[in-house]
Design a protein around this ligand. Structure first.
Ligand code: FE2
Length: 285
C-alpha cells in the first residue's frame, strides 16, 4: 500500500534487536526496561523506555510514590488503565486509556504516579527524552493529552496516533525544537506497509507490542525493540499476518555528555552533585 507522500528510495535496515530486561521500579511496579542505560549514547536523545503491561494488580498497585526528576522529559503513554499524577509544580491529572502525559522536569519536580484501579489491565510506556544543556534548568512544564485529543492519521488498514512530531501532514500533540522527537503509535492491519521518512542523522527505534512487523525483510517479533540503522531516508514497517501494533520513536541526537544518577540526568558529575544537594535541601519542589 502506498501511503507516503513520497515513496522511500532506501529504507533503513535493522541494526540490532533488543530484548528488554525485566525489573521493578517505584514502590515495586513490574516492568520491562527496553531502552537501558548502555543504549543512551546510541539512541541519543532518548534515555530510557519502560514497557509495562499486566492484568495482575499486584504488579502495579504500589505505583510510583513521590520522587524527584531533573534535566529531562518523561512521556507516559497509557494504552490501558488509569494513573493519577500529582507534582510539586501544582499539576494534577488522570492519565487513562490512550492518553499521554508529557512532563518536562526541567530544573526539578517531585511527583507521584499512582494507579486509580484495584483490578484490570494496566499497560503502557514511559519514555525519557533528554533536554539540551541550555534547557535543563528551565521551569517544569506539564500537559495531559487525553485520548480523543491525540491527533491521528488514518488510511485503509492504518491508524497512526501522533504523540510527537508529524506524519503524512498530521502534527502531533507536542513538538520540541532541540530534539525534534517523533513518537507514533501505529496500528496496522495484516500485510499493510507503513512508510515514514526520517532524517538520516536522527536516531530511531521501533518497539512491537502486538503481532510482528518486518523491516526490509527482518522480522521484529512482539515485545522486541529494533534499533534502526541510520543509513537511508526512512523506515518501512510491514505488518505480519495477524497485523501489528508498534511504537516508532525517532529524534535528533544532542551529542552532549550524559551524566545520570537515578532520576537526575545532567551533563556533568558536578551538576548531579548539585541536583542531589538541591533535592536534599528541598529546592526541587
Ligand atoms: Fe517519575
Amino acid at each position: 500500500m502506498e501511503n507516503a507522500a513520497k515513496p522511500l528510495v532506501s529504507a533503513r535496515l535493522v541494526e540490532r534487536i533488543v530484548v528488554g530486561r525485566a525489573t521493578s521500579d517505584g514502590a515495586g511496579v513490574k516492568l520491562t526496561r527496553v531502552l537501558t542505560q548502555d543504549l543512551q549514547r546510541r539512541l541519543d536523545p532518548f534515555l530510557m523506555l519502560d514497557a509495562f503491561g499486566s492484568d495482575a494488580a499486584d504488579d502495579y498497585i504500589a505505583g510510583f510514590p513521590d520522587h524527584p526528576h531533573r534535566g529531562f522529559e518523561t512521556v507516559t503513554y497509557m494504552l490501558a488503565g488509569r494513573m493519577r499524577h500529582r507534582d510539586s509544580a501544582g499539576h494534577e491529572g488522570l492519565l487513562r486509556d490512550g492518553g499521554v502525559q508529557w512532563m518536562t522536569a526541567g530544573r526539578g519536580v517531585i511527583h507521584s504516579e499512582l494507579p486509580e484501579q484495584n483490578e484490570g489491565r494496566m499497560e503502557g510506556f514511559q519514555l525519557w527524552l533528554n533536554l539540551s544543556a541550555k534547557d535543563k534548568m528551565n521551569p517544569p512544564w506539564y500537559r495531559d493529552i487525553q485520548s480523543p485529543e491525540v491527533p491521528e492519521w488514518r488510511a485503509p488498514g492504518v491508524t497512526a496516533r501522533v504523540i510527537a512530531g508529524a506524519t503524512h501532514g498530521v502534527s502531533g500533540a507536542v513538538q520540541r525544537e532541540a530534539t525534534r522527537p517523533l513518537y507514533l503509535d501505529l496500528h496496522l492491519d495484516a500485510g499493510i506497509t507503513f512508510e515514514q521518512p526520517l532524517p538520516a542523522e536522527h536516531n530511531a527505534f521501533v518497539y512491537v507490542y502486538r503481532g510482528e512487523v518486518a523491516i526490509v525483510g527482518q522480522t521484529v517479533p512482539v515485545q522486541r525493540m529494533a534499533i534502526l540503522a541510520n543509513r537511508g531516508d526512512g523506515v518501512a514497517l510491514a505488518a505480519g499476518p495477524a497485523g501489528a501494533r508498534a511504537i516508532l520513536v525517532a529524534g535528533q541526537p544532542l551529542g552532549e555528555p550524559i551524566a545520570q544518577y537515578g532520576p537526575f540526568v545532567m551533563n556533568t558529575q558536578a551538576e548531579i552533585t548539585q541536583a542531589l544537594e538541591d533535592f536534599r535541601a528541598g529546592r526541587l519542589a
